[in-house]
Design a protein around this ligand. Structure first.
Ligand code: S3P
Length: 423
């Protein structure tokens, strides 16, 4: 599907965004191996999470879902069954990495595979620590085969900041003999939804600074309320900062500090953003309403610890940076090259088609002040976050833009274009 975007010079109103993708995956996976039923409210019924449902069903787990409500009938830690064929994760890196951790310690063998983008994404980052725990995995990229085996606890110091790696190890730890310790590069380096949910479901993780320790305990089915996905809200946060003269409110969004680096970066640039109605949800996560208003932006150098806290938001941050009063640099973001697409190369190429001056670097980009952008014919490269970032750029441009392959927004945000139209 191609989509045509006609620019606007003002937006506003009150919106909500669909449930958090990371939390929805974890609710399904942890619910599947819990004792009893897990009820999920605010579930993200988008392609990535539906891929996790399909894989878990093939592992013998009963899951019902309708709209944003889902119910997982937990089979207990040792209740998964050998699937009859390969598990297909589609485009979902989280499904692939987390299930690799879950399946390493089973009493049966499995194969995991996915689409062309998944087959390019590195798996050594999960295979290395899992092998250290005794796992038997062949293949360095999907398709991979996992020979279920007995695992032992380990102490693994993560060389890269990755929540998927941390979560894969914690899932494998549930099946390992002895204590498992995961050490992050810095305290709170990556999203901590797995830890929050494990605690909510009855596991007493011992967390101190950058050390996360698991030493026994099982999961019990619980009710989980999934907050709106900050990574989806991010597109509208930037749209609001660039266009909302009277402000735009995004209600009930997850504001876990490990996720909202974008708000910190935009505030540093001078953006007017406030958060109200802060509360904890069932599931140990903080939510709030985000209010943003059109603001003048200063350029910054974005680097260091903030980068993993906004790793999925760098494409939309790059769009905001085009409207700063000077040159913005993004560094320490080489991870972007191994996401759903090479997001450094792809954002630089597509924004250049819109008249922007963006220099790709090996670990980031240099973005020169450029407004207004010009409408153009551009391509999502089948990457959902690229499609949505470009759609916001197109909304702020002069003349209309056509985005090719725009239906990949269904991966994480099926009603994105509808909400964009509404505001
Ligand atoms: C995710 C972690 C991040 C993020 C991805 C979702 C998760 O990946 O980019 O979209 O749910 O754990 P990394 O762990 O590779 O940084």
């Amino acid at each position: 599907m191609d989509i045509k975007i006609i620019p606007k010079n003002n937006i506003g109103g009150k919106i909500t965004v669909p449930g958090d993708k990371s939390i929805s995956h974890r609710a399904l996976i942890l619910g599947a191996i819990a004792e009893g039923v897990t009820e999920i409210d605010g579930f993200l019924a988008a392609e990535d999470c539906l891929a996790t449902i399909n894989c878990l069903r093939k592992l013998g787990v009963k899951i019902e879902h309708s709209g944003d409500a889902a119910r997982v009938f937990g089979v207990g830690l040792h209740g998964l069954q050998k699937p009859t064929d390969a598990l297909y994760v589609g485009n979902s890196g989280t499904t692939l990495r987390l299930l690799t951790g879950l399946l390493a310690g089973q009493s049966f063998d499995t194969m995991l595979d996915g689409d062309a983008s998944i087959r390019r994404r590195p798996m050594d980052r999960v295979i290395t620590p899992l092998t250290q725990m005794g796992a038997n995995i062949s293949g360095s990229k999907a398709p991979i085969s996992i020979k279920g085996t007995k695992l032992r606890g380990t102490h693994y110091k993560m060389p890269i900041a990755s929540a998927q790696v941390k979560s894969a190890i914690l899932l494998a730890a549930l099946y390992a003999q002895g204590e498992t310790i995961v050490e992050e590069p810095t305290p709170g380096a990556t999203r901590n939804h797995t830890e929050n949910m494990m605690k909510h479901m009855g596991i007493d993780l011992d967390i101190s600074g950058k050390i996360i320790k698991y030493n026994g305990g099982i999961l019990t089915g619980h009710k989980i309320c999934v907050p709106g996905d900050f990574s989806s809200a991010a597109f509208f946060v930037v749209a609001g900062v660039l266009l909302a003269k009277d402000g735009l409110t995004i209600e009930n969004v997850g504001i876990n500090p490990t996720r909202i680096g974008l708000l910190d970066a935009l505030r540093q640039m001078g953006a007017k953003i406030s958060v109200s109605n802060r509360k904890k949800t069932l599931g140990n996560e903080e939510v709030g309403d985000i209010f943003v208003k059109k603001s003048a932006l200063r350029p910054i150098v974005l680097s260091g610890d903030i980068v993993p806290r906004m790793i999925d938001e760098i494409p939309i941050f790059a769009v905001a940076a085009l409207f700063a009063s000077g040159t913005t640099e993004i560094r320490d973001a080489a991870e972007l090259t191994v996401k759903e697409s090479n997001r450094i190369a792809v954002m630089a190429t597509e924004l250049t088609k819109m008249g922007a001056k963006v220099q790709p670097q090996t670990d980031g980009m240099i973005i020169y002040e450029n407004h207004p952008l010009t409408g153009a014919e551009i391509d999502s490269h089948e990457d959902h976050r690229v499609a949505m970032s470009l759609a916001i750029a197109a909304t702020v441009a002069h003349n209309s833009t056509r985005i090719k392959n725009a239906n990949c927004t269904n991966i994480s945000f099926p009603n994105f274009f509808q909400i964009l139209g509404n505001i």
